[in-house]
Design a protein around this ligand. Structure first.
Ligand code: CU
Length: 125
């Protein structure tokens, strides 16, 4: 084998290992709000057959900014509700919709589509 062939072979092996790790071991669905010293905690959520991420971990007592992008036309997901915070939003397909509120008390709070078929969880620490 030439050096180039060896490099390509090793690169292929490394890529395979990465793909295996990505699918089997990389954490899915759970996300921590991006932190900055000032300003709101921000999380982007994709709506497509569910919420991605569907578990969102945030800090209490700080403004939270959630940006939803709905990437489907199913009527099911056109509205998202945070009943514990009296928040809801219509999600037109393909548009970024921002919800802002401050979770004051630590705990776990569900969010869902209006019929409760899609569900996610806001974990306030
Ligand atoms: Cu629904």
């Amino acid at each position: 084998m030439t050096t180039a062939q060896i490099i390509i072979t090793l690169g292929g092996i490394a890529l395979s290992i990465f793909i295996a790790w990505f699918f089997w071991f990389a954490p899915k669905g759970k996300t921590l709000a991006a932190e900055s010293a000032t300003g709101p905690q921000e999380v982007a959520v994709t709506v497509k057959g569910g919420y991605t991420p569907d578990v969102i971990v945030v800090k209490s007592g700080r403004l939270l900014r959630l940006t939803f992008t709905r990437q489907e036309s199913s009527a099911c997901s056109e509205k998202v509700l945070f009943p514990d915070f009296n928040q809801s939003a219509l999600l037109p397909e393909g548009q970024e919709v921002t919800l802002e509120f401050t979770p004051e008390k630590p705990g776990e709070y569900g969010f869902q589509c209006q019929m409760g078929m899609l569900r996610g969880k806001l974990v306030v620490e």
